[in-house]
Design a binder for this molecule. Structure first.
Ligand SMILES: Nc1ncnc2c1ncn2[C@@H]1O[C@H](COP(=O)(O)OP(=O)(O)OP(=O)(O)O)[C@@H](O)[C@H]1O
Length: 575
């Protein structure tokens, strides 16, 4: 009961925060209206500000009343009181817990559809769009498959099928796509978007004639970071040619004059952030921004739980209000926090959710290891434990022909530089740190080597010949990772710097980024919430690839942190 009241309280400031910007009313989308209409005004209490996001997750204080599992070990909670289906169990993780549980019926329905549809040809998509999408996947996906072997992922099956059912219906349609990290959600929303644009051209030729030479934007994909603009645009731009569409990315480096040029030639798909889109109304050179957005029919909010978080919801809401003729709004995320779920339900009561049975489950291709730094030989030093794990990753014989990459997540931005310093100078690693304080251009440069597929090594790694055995060997519990007590072990392998590349960062890089072929993620700090855990761990083990997550704990770690390997193994959803 305490949890419920508390989360309602936490939710309530959301509307209060909005009141300050929406002059006393919160617009609600009514069931019958074609577009946004004021349905009723919420009576709101005193005001509190809304916290601005500062390039890493919001610093929320854990509420004292949140119950964490007891000392005896993590409780796998069977929330009988919460879900009718007694057989399901979820794992209440972190200070908040607080992820929406998908109902059993919803999962069963999705499983049934997924079992019946295993090929793109079974989905109602224009052949030209289907071929373009399969080509994009074949070009991008690491599992260099042949076009004919490309199959839709579960979330792509259920999303494309659902949106295709009434795709060209003129009324406002709202969908929320949610599935585990690395499950192909980008293609899941891009396919219906492309299909919509091409059908508009084919099925309404007069309308198409009336706009195709106009200065308009037909669809927009909104994302929270510049890195995601680059990533999503690199996928979207691959279909330019084949579908004769004008695509545009509006990040930090696009001058207004170039943007104007592109608008003049019609933009079919714009990839940008909400703030950039809203700045259209402040560009002197643009006299009628409302006209430019008057033909905006398809809107996607990727990482939607961030875009409708307390720190963004005002910009987001203002942006959506400027799109009066939208046909489709698609919200997309790997996590549905309860708070987001309530916001969505209140602002957009007709939203239809599209999920898969693996929502809020960590990828089952993940090996999840918990390493207790309070044990010997680390004696409480997490830096030592980290160094040993790096040493083990370097020498465990995995990825023998490629440069290994490892992403280290910390909770606090201030710890990034200290850790980079330690790993580079004390242990000689090739290591960079990235936070929201870096310029966008620096950030893009730093992550480039992690977004690209792994680099091939000139001299493949030979397996380590262990020297005379005066070194003690430590085995990480339930893993094949052996750690020696003597870090300075000499052996006939190239220095670490040429074989392992390390990125130390915060949650800023945890969302959505498709770190292609990165096999190792280290959680230097225990993530505070299940949302952070899902997104950080989800940077590896993507689209059925293997991946390893090492989480460092010490004696201050709560018992629920130790329960993660079990929930990954048993494929239990986080709640
Ligand atoms: N049908 C498919 N078959 C094989 N690979 C695919 C398929 N669809 C997408 N991929 C690849 O899977 C990877 C992950 O896709 P994507 O980044 O869209 O995942 P996501 O669900 O958005 O992840 P996150 O929740 O972390 O944002 C990409 O490299 C993409 O090229």
């Amino acid at each position: 009961m305490i949890l419920k009241t508390l989360s309602r309280m936490r939710y309530f400031p959301l509307f209060i925060g909005m009141r300050q910007s929406l002059s006393g009313s919160v617009r609600l989308y009514s069931r019958r209206s074609r577009g946004p209409e004021i349905k009723n005004k919420l009576k709101l209490a005193t005001t509190v500000g809304s916290t601005k996001q500062t390039g890493s997750t919001l610093s929320r204080k854990p509420s004292p009343n949140i119950r964490v599992s007891d000392k005896r070990g993590p409780k796998i909670k069977t929330p009988a009181h919460r879900s009718k289906d007694k057989s399901r169990s979820t794992f209440n993780y972190g200070n908040f817990g607080g992820l929406k549980e998908s109902g059993a019926e919803e999962s069963q329905r999705a499983s049934k559809i997924i079992s019946k549809i295993s090929d793109f040809d079974q989905l109602k998509v224009l052949p030209v769009v289907r071929n373009a999408i399969k080509q994009v996947i074949a070009d991008e996906s690491l599992a260099k498959g042949k076009i004919k072997d490309i199959k839709p992922s579960p979330i792509q099956v259920v999303s494309i099928r659902k949106l295709a059912s009434n795709l060209m219906d003129p009324k406002l349609q709202l969908h929320a796509i949610a599935a585990e990290t690395g499950s192909g959600k980008t293609i899941a929303y891009l396919t219906p978007l492309l299909d919509y644009l091409k059908r508009q051209e084919i099925e309404t030729p007069e309308y198409w004639e009336s706009i195709n030479k106009k200065a308009v934007i037909r669809s927009v994909i909104l994302v929270p970071t510049h890195e995601l603009i680059e990533q999503v645009y690199s996928t979207v731009s691959r279909i330019d040619e084949s579908l004769e569409l004008h695509t545009c990315k509006w990040g930090s480096s696009l001058p207004y004059s170039d943007l104007l040029e592109q608008i003049k030639n019609r933009i079919d798909i714009l990839v940008t952030t909400p703030a950039k889109l809203m700045s259209l109304f402040n560009i002197r050179m643009i006299s009628r921004p409302d006209k430019i957005l008057s033909q905006l029919k398809f809107v996607v909010l990727d990482e939607a739980d961030t875009l409708l978080d307390q720190s963004w919801v005002e910009d987001m809401h203002a942006a959506i209000k400027k799109m009066p003729n939208t046909n489709h709004i698609v919200f997309c995320s790997a996590t549905i926090p309860n708070e987001f779920n309530r916001t969505l339900g209140s602002l957009f009561p007709t939203v239809v959710s599209i999920t898969t049975p693996r929502l809020h489950k960590l990828p089952n291709s993940l090996e999840f290891k918990v390493i207790d730094a309070s044990l010997n030989p680390f004696k409480g030093s997490k830096v030592k434990a980290l160094a040993q794990v790096m040493y083990a990753i370097l020498n465990d014989g995995t990825e023998p022909n490629f440069e290994k990459r490892c992403i280290v997540f910390v909770n606090e931005k201030k710890d990034v530089s200290t850790l980079v310093e330690k790993l580079s100078t004390t242990y000689g690693h090739n290591c960079v740190g990235l936070t929201g304080d870096d310029k966008v251009s620096e950030r893009l440069e730093k992550i480039a080597a992690f977004i690209q597929p792994p680099k091939v090594l000139e001299t493949p790694q030979k397996t380590v010949q262990r020297e005379a055995d005066n070194t003690k060997i430590y085995k990480i519990p339930n893993s094949n990772i052996l750690i020696t007590s003597n870090e300075g072990e000499k052996s006939n392998i190239p220095p670490p710097s040429s074989r392992l590349r390390i990125l130390v960062t915060t949650d800023l890089m945890a969302r959505g980024l498709n770190f292609r072929g990165v096999k190792n993620v280290i959680l230097y700090d225990v993530p505070k919430t299940s949302i952070d855990l899902v997104h950080r761990a989800g940077r590896t083990g993507r689209m059925k690839q293997r991946g390893r997550v090492f989480m460092l704990i010490d004696k201050t770690a709560k018992s629920w942190a130790r329960g993660i390997p079990k929930i990954v193994k048993n494929s239990i959803a986080l709640s």
